[in-house]
Design a protein around this ligand. Structure first.
Ligand code: PMP
Length: 385
């Protein structure tokens, strides 16, 4: 029998059976009162969980659409933005801003390191920015940005919109929109929500909505907040066809999140991330992100000497686990392991065991069970977390 490939890439993450079931339902009209009722309930729950007095948008499209939506609705050509980048997805923001005709100042770290808060402070003191973008977790490096601290810093700059990319963070790393001083937060369905790709969610706080108003008519159509606000308040109205089955799937995912509770979910992600990394380090791997900036959602895992990336990942897939390759300068030097969403400790044990079998097949001298033991000890030690 062909081994099942467990999806441990940094998104999409594994999709729980009950969520898959929602996608397998017979599609109904988006104006059907049953669907309108479900969509409304989902929007209310998402508003309540990430708390903003502003607006929420759930739109068909991937995370990149949400990046464009954030920029389109908070800036106009010629505006100046500060892009804080911890890797590939931070750099993508810079590219989107440049395409829009914005003046971009890029504050980028060496891969694996976090931009010090002091550098952001110095930048915003020196220059007036209409917006600052921060990738909460950059999926290329596994670096987490100190978003709460950045939110506090930016409270001193009321003319600047703080845009947070939560694609690889929301529902796994602590985030509160208004409370943390975030003006725009967005994410995608396929990561810590554990839904198939295809939906983006974006929260726009009161300051972001005021900025949108100031902009008047914007060139963008599909991602204009003004087009979507009436639909988000009353989903029986039409602007563009909602992804009916994905909305149901996201609703089920939010039920799972609410049953677990956001705080326990954050704690679980941190505990799992620590345990997985402890296991991997025991087996001789390194972690790209510096210790104080390691994300709960994924790890950039550096190979020990003598391990061939292509061979390792293809053997690992044969052993039943799919991981992603390194990006940029880290292609061939590391793999990226997702550990987010609706996974449990059985899954982690299986993943570590598959990695151990793969190491043996690659000729590494390890003792079977050492990584798994370290993982389990770490889980047990922090069981009350
Ligand atoms: N931002 C981050 C942090 C991401 O990880 C990704 C996707 N990996 C994106 C943006 C882009 O999202 P998508 O691929 O869904 O368009």
């Amino acid at each position: 029998m062909k081994a099942k490939k467990f999806l441990m890439i940094p998104g999409p993450s594994p999709v729980a059976r009950s969520i898959q079931d929602q996608m397998g339902r017979e599609t109904i009209a988006f104006g059907d009162p049953d669907f309108v009722h479900d969509f409304k309930a989902l929007l209310a729950d998402l508003r309540g969980l990430w708390k903003t007095d502003g607006e929420l948008f759930v739109v068909a499209g991937s995370g990149t659409l949400a990046m464009e939506m954030a920029i389109a609705n908070s800036t106009k050509r010629g505006d100046r933005v500060l892009v804080v980048s911890h890797g590939y997805f931070g750099d993508r923001f810079a590219e989107i801003c440049m395409r829009k005709g914005l003046e971009v100042d890029l504050l980028a770290s060496e891969w694996g390191k976090a931009v010090p808060l002091g550098e952001m402070d110095a930048a915003v003191r020196k220059e007036k920015y209409q917006a600052i973008t921060v990738t909460h977790v950059d999926t290329s490096t596994g670096v987490v940005a100190p978003l709460a601290d950045i939110g506090r810093l930016m409270r001193g700059y009321p003319e600047t919109i703080l845009i947070a990319d939560g694609v690889c963070a929301t529902a796994a790393e602590p985030e509160q929109v208004d409370e943390m001083g975030i003006d725009v937060l967005f994410t995608g369905s396929q990561k810590a929500f554990g839904v198939s790709p295809g939906l983006m969610m974006l929260w726009a706080g009161p300051k972001a909505m005021a900025r949108r108003k100031d902009l008047g008519v914007i060139p963008e159509y599909y991602c204009d907040f003004d087009k979507w606000v009436p639909i988000m308040h009353d989903p029986s109205k039409y602007f563009a066809t909602p992804a009916v089955n994905l909305v149901w799937a996201l609703k089920e995912s939010v039920q799972i999140i609410m049953q677990e509770g956001l705080e326990p979910r954050y704690a679980r992600h941190a505990r799992f991330a620590n345990a997985v990394r402890t296991g991997l380090e025991t087996l001789g791997f390194g972690i790209l992100a510096e210790p104080k900036a390691r994300a709960s959602t994924l790890s950039g895992v550096l190979y020990p000497a003598g391990l061939d990336d292509a061979k390792f990942r293809s053997f690992l897939a044969e052993e039943g686990v799919q991981v992603a390759g390194g990006l940029g300068a880290y292609a061939g030097k590391m793999f990226r392991l997702g550990h987010m969403g609706n996974i449990d400790q059985h899954d982690l044990v299986s993943v570590l065991a598959a990695i151990e079998r793969t190491l043996l097949r690659c000729g590494q001298k390890i003792k079977l069970g050492t990584g798994v033991s370290a993982l389990m000890e770490s889980l047990a030690k922090h069981a009350s977390a």
